[in-house]
Design a protein around this ligand. Structure first.
Ligand code: UDP
Length: 380
């Protein structure tokens, strides 16, 4: 009855469902545990008439033209360049830290001196991860690196991950490098936008196809079992392909231990004013327990006397209680993931794809790229 079963209707699952259904004429069963599609990029219009991102701000950006063109088949875009500010010593300053930020946080003469040292040491336009800048032997650069580390990275990372920047993978803080330039945008990719009617509408457009049967509110255990090397669908042996986009440990009943994640408690608030803040997102590295506040009206403009803001409170992930957001790349977790990955090799018709299944800090465009590559590989 079905050629392909896909677990999870987030971006990875939606791309693969769409490709198999429309390009290979396969009958696809798409199984989703939540009551909605689109995974963590799910958005909806709230009681204030504002399009909100239920699982935190999702801003699409990519340099991958093929990914951009692919998604453009399913949505109109609203051009949008994301700007983030960080509250440093009571002042909202541009993030990533750049030469404009430098002049905002230091008195003129000191800022000018630091700028000239930076320009002597790095080419204009260079991006430097904070942990790299910290290794600098120049006294001025050391001073600057310590300042940025303390005021921007250390306490935000402690809140976000429960660990210091040194304890987590360097690639994580390197996502927000120091820029030797004056471009205040958070991302610098060629294509930046949000879907004009939102991510949920985009995903719906992808998967509402005649060859795709969607089951919401359905845990994959309700339809699927794995015994040894065999897959059973609704109690019958299944000889088709299984694409799994959920947490990989769950596919194997956590037999090598649960993979750890960081979660976030999302707290939405209505403010009875037209606007709350000037930037879409303001980070609070050093103040309060939340990491950042996002005002969705600044992403999806709309006329309203009210505005909706979101405060993000990072917390431990507890299965069944909250949602997994970010993989925790401890050595122990990586070793456990490898064991699950080895186990997958016994199931050649199963492919693990996406942020949860591959235990990777994928951005949305990375997920789409990965899903397109998997489809190409499986249909070769
Ligand atoms: N980060 C930080 N201070 C900031 C912004 C980011 O320390 O003001 C660090 C923090 O460790 C964070 C990482 O950089 O987890 C990546 O930030 P990004 O904004 O890419 O996180 P996401 O939007 O994916 O949660």
């Amino acid at each position: 009855m079905f050629d392909v079963v896909i677990i999870g209707a987030g971006l990875a699952g939606a791309v693969l469902a769409e490709r198999f259904a429309t390009q290979s004429d396969k009958k696809v069963l798409l199984v989703e545990r939540r009551q909605h599609v689109a995974g963590n990029c799910y958005d909806k219009v709230d009681g204030n008439g504002i399009l909100i991102h239920k699982y935190g701000p999702h801003l699409f950006h990519t340099d991958d033209e093929e990914v951009w063109n692919y998604l453009s088949k399913f949505t109109e875009w609203q051009n949008y360049q994301h700007h983030v500010k960080a509250l440093v010593d009571g002042q909202a300053v541009p993030l990533p830290f750049n030469l404009n930020t430098l002049h905002k946080v230091f008195p003129k003469s000191l800022a000018e001196r630091l700028e000239s040292v930076l320009l002597k040491n790095y080419p204009y336009g260079k991006k430097i991860p904070i942990l790299e800048l910290k290794k600098s032997s120049d006294a001025d650069l050391q001073f600057l690196a310590d300042f940025i580390y303390e005021k921007i990275f250390l306490h935000y990372t402690e809140k976000q991950w429960g660990q210091t920047p040194e304890q987590i993978s360097g690639a994580v803080t390197a996502r927000v490098p120091i820029l030797i330039g004056r471009d205040d945008r958070y991302f610098h990719d060629k294509f930046q936008a949000v879907p004009a009617r939102g991510y949920t509408a985009l995903v719906k457009k992808m998967i509402f196809q005649k060859n795709i049967k969607l089951m919401l509110n359905t845990d994959f255990h309700e339809v699927l079992n794995i015994h040894g090397h065999e897959i059973y669908l609704f109690g019958h042996k299944f000889y088709g392909r299984l694409i799994y986009t959920g947490q990989l440990d769950e596919l194997f009943d956590c037999k090598f231990g649960a993979l750890p994640y960081r979660s976030v408690k999302m707290k939405f608030e209505t403010i009875h004013a037209e606007n709350f803040q000037t930037a879409a997102t303001v980070n609070y590295p050093n103040d309060y327990d939340f990491t950042r506040i996002t005002e969705f009206k600044n992403i999806h403009p709309v006329q309203s006397s009210r505005t909706t803001i979101l405060k993000e409170y990072p917390q431990e992930y507890v299965a069944g209680k909250n949602s997994p957001y970010y993989p925790l790349f401890t050595d122990e977790a990586k070793a456990a993931y490898e064991k699950y990955f080895e186990e997958l090799k016994n199931l050649p018709r199963v492919k693990a794809v996406g942020r949860l299944a591959e235990y990777r800090y994928f951005d949305m465009d990375d997920v789409v790229r990965r899903a397109l590559n998997v489809f190409a590989e499986l249909s070769a």
